[in-house]
Design a binder for this molecule. Structure first.
Ligand code: G5P
Ligand code: MG
Length: 227
């Protein structure tokens, strides 16, 4: 268990399947002060509940396209505000938002109004060649966002979530074809986004072929700055 002395407000970047969700759940276990939001998890819950937003999101997600900036920004900043996460003492981790420079500057503006700011952005740098197989073997528990992989971290009972026993499902965008589009979208938006955060001096990268290699590096980076 790690206790941080300074409030961490972290964004994880990385290609689809690079392990953002995996690292998030490991960090939450290691640092109990931390909470997280994943934009993708929220959208999948909206799709499951067949809300208006869910129906709109489906059309983008099924094609591996990003949702319009204003739509996703409104959704996530509303949650941040409702959770009381806009104050400078709040500690949190964002997975999957911001994804574009427009989203990034909208979030910065909002935080600035509350004298808060994002203070660490870490890119998970994983070789592209290892990712497709991960995605094809992924199963998710939508209500919690927990992710499994048939080889790497299979559920204890096949097809069921470890904690709730509820059924696992495949993501509708976890096919080879849609994955290719998601990767293209990522490559288009990620360089400008990285440049944006490099300018504010809060950007770092951790590299590795597996999540087991990446996790200790990520934790070290965090504790060296916030521990
Ligand atoms: P998401 O949901 O944000 P992506 O594409 O960014 O989706 P994804 O696919 O969720 O990212 P991840 O979280 O980085 O990947 O990876 P993960 O789930 O932890 O790990 C992948 C798999 O590999 C899992 O099965 C895991 O168990 C396994 N694994 C982990 N580590 C290892 C390892 O070391 N070895 C092995 N063998 N396996 C491992 O976004 C989805 C869509 O929502 C919309 C977009 O349409 C997007 O495409 N969206 C947004 N649109 C606009 N703006 C935004 N901000 C948006 N956010 C979401
Ligand atoms: Mg994820």
């Amino acid at each position: 268990i790690t206790h941080l002395l300074k409030p961490l407000r972290l964004l994880l970047l990385g290609a689809p399947g690079s392990g953002k969700g995996t690292q998030t759940s490991r960090l939450l276990k290691q640092i109990p002060q931390l909470s997280s939001i994943s934009s993708g998890d929220i959208l999948r819950q909206e799709i499951k509940s067949e809300s208006t937003l869910g129906r709109e999101a489906t059309t983008y997600i099924a094609q591996g396209k990003l949702l319009p900036d204003d739509l996703i920004t409104r959704l996530i900043t509303f949650r941040l505000s409702a959770l009381g996460w806009l104050k400078p003492s709040a500690m949190w981790l964002l997975d999957g938002f911001p994804r574009t420079t427009a989203q990034a500057s909208a979030l910065d503006e909002l935080l600035k109004q509350h004298d808060a700011s994002l203070n660490l952005v870490v890119e998970l740098d994983v070789p592209e060649s290892t990712i497709l197989e991960r995605i094809e073997n992924r199963y998710v528990h939508v209500p919690s966002g927990r992710v499994y992989n048939l080889q790497y971290n299979p559920p204890k009972v096949p097809g069921l979530d470890d904690i709730t026993g509820e059924p696992l499902t495949k993501r509708l965008d976890d096919t080879a074809e849609v994955f290719k589009k998601r990767l293209e979208e990522y490559k288009k938006t990620n360089e400008p986004l990285k440049d944006y955060y490099k300018k504010s001096g809060i950007f770092g990268t951790v590299s590795g072929e597996t999540s087991d290699i990446i996790f200790p590096k990520l934790l070290n980076l965090i504790t060296s700055k916030f521990g």
